[in-house]
Ligand binder design. Structure first.
Ligand code: SAM
Length: 221
């Protein structure tokens, strides 16, 4: 699916989120900076935006992995144009079956990617193995607002307007209906925190963003 929408992914992302994702990514960087990570793995890196923003943590090296070759191709082009190839390396790799030695990264991040894992617990356990002891895992993911009224209003946009607009611009029948349905079915808030704990993470917490439309989940190895 991501191969099919790779060319339009960045445009769609910013239109459908009204650019709010940029603030969420900045908040993520703020959390990560506290841990001063030198080497970061960005799983489901897509077209590279999340890897590029992670440079703001002052990390020396970011490795981004993704299973979509077309998303990666867009990302590689972007990184080459921005002359960031020395700092960011993108590679084709399944986040649920990582190819790195255990305890390699100071931080592992997944932005809007874990929702697509076939087996969430397997993916979280791979993340746990890749992080160094005392290292941090961060997950930025869509959620749903906790407040009843806000949730009702947001649901009209998310479940009815967004799929139509997404379908119109992307010319893909499936991708933007899949987005709200996958968010609906995905664990949120404390449910997701519990899954992080099950994978072995400690000092777990979550930070709701913009009324809870998205969340940053944090765990320490
Ligand atoms: C919504 S995009 C997010 C891209 C990027 N992280 C961002 O924040 O814009 C989801 C990405 O997850 C990737 N993906 C899905 N399952 C994956 C897996 N098992 N391993 C690695 N990447 C995966 C898709 O190919 C896609 O590029």
């Amino acid at each position: 699916m991501f191969d099919d929408i790779a060319d339009k992914y960045d445009f769609m992302n910013h239109v459908l989120s009204f650019g709010i994702d940029k603030f969420w990514r900045k908040r993520l960087v703020k959390e990560l900076r506290r841990y001063k990570p030198k080497k970061i793995l960005d799983i489901a890196t897509g077209t590279g935006d999340s890897a590029i923003v992670l440079l703001q943590t002052d990390a020396e090296k970011i490795i981004g992995v993704d299973i979509s070759k077309k998303m990666l191709a867009r990302g590689k082009e972007k990184i080459r144009k921005k002359k960031l190839s020395g700092k960011i390396e993108l590679m084709h790799c399944d986040g649920e079956s990582l190819k790195f030695k255990n305890n390699t990264f100071d931080a592992v991040n997944v932005s809007f990617g874990v929702r697509n894992f076939e087996n969430l617990d397997k993916g979280l356990s791979e993340i746990y193995q890749a992080v160094k002891p005392d290292g941090i895992a961060t997950i930025l993911e869509f959620s749903m607002p906790g407040n009843f009224m806000i949730r009702q209003i947001y649901s009209i946009y998310f479940f009815h307007i967004l799929p139509l607009v997404g379908r119109f611009f992307s010319q893909n029948k499936y991708a933007y209906s899949y987005l709200p349905q996958s968010v609906k079915a995905f664990p949120k808030g404390n449910q997701f925190v519990q899954r992080l704990q099950n994978a072995g993470f400690r000092q777990t917490r979550h930070i709701p963003l913009t009324f809870g439309i998205a969340e940053i989940y944090i765990g320490i190895k």
